[in-house]
Design a protein around this ligand. Structure first.
Ligand code: IMP
Ligand code: MG
Length: 177
């Protein structure tokens, strides 16, 4: 597919869908991990928007870290090789960690981030992904909390990019010819 001739198309998740589901996820997470401090690690850059909105919705004490993983380059298919480009994860040992992902596709990015965090001996690790594309999975990993289960279509907006473009769109749209 020639991505130069493609553009954001149909709205898949509106701003209202996003806000409602984020509030629901926050309730699920707070019920599962009720007390104490949560160390939230946002995977960059895709989960920036969702991560910040989720933290607001959680409405509790958190500390925040970041990790940047990349497997896509400018394409629409995972290269299969995940690079951890930079990290500012904060202290992890003996803490309760929530890893925030934008979208799970092959599963390689989440797997790599989870392995990295687990190697630092946290007290617990939970994962939340705003969108899951289960049909595309190549490695056996699922998030503990999932916002929406999506069809196998490429999505842009609300932090999701194509070649770094369209992250700023307020809703999530398909990316089509
Ligand atoms: P995975 O390693 O194949 O699971 O890919 C996960 C990462 O690829 C996500 O964190 C996104 O950054 C990116 N990605 C996967 N699907 C999409 C999509 O539909 N639109 C934009 N980025 C995507
Ligand atoms: Mg990502």
């Amino acid at each position: 597919m020639d991505s130069d001739s493609m553009a954001p198309g149909e709205v898949i998740y509106s701003e209202e869908d996003i806000a409602q589901r984020t509030a629901g996820l926050a309730r699920e997470i707070n019920a599962a991990i009720p007390d104490g401090n949560l160390h939230v690690i946002i995977t960059q850059k895709g989960a920036l928007y969702f991560g910040v909105d989720l933290i607001r919705a959680l409405g509790r004490r958190v500390t925040i870290g970041f990790i940047t993983a990349s497997s896509y380059g400018d394409g629409m298919e995972s290269s299969g090789e995940v690079q951890l480009r930079s990290e500012d994860t904060g202290e992890i040992t003996a803490r309760r960690v929530l890893i925030v992902e934008d979208i799970i596709d092959t599963g390689r990015t989440l797997q790599s981030v989870v392995n990295t965090i687990r190697s630092r001996k946290p007290a617990s690790v939970h994962t939340v992904a705003f969108i899951d594309k289960p049909a595309r999975r190549e490695v056996a990993i699922d998030a503990d909390f999932v916002g929406f289960s999506a069809e196998d279509v490429f999505l842009v907006g609300y932090g999701l990019d194509h070649a770094e473009a369209y992250r700023e769109l307020p809703c999530i749209r398909s990316f089509e010819p």
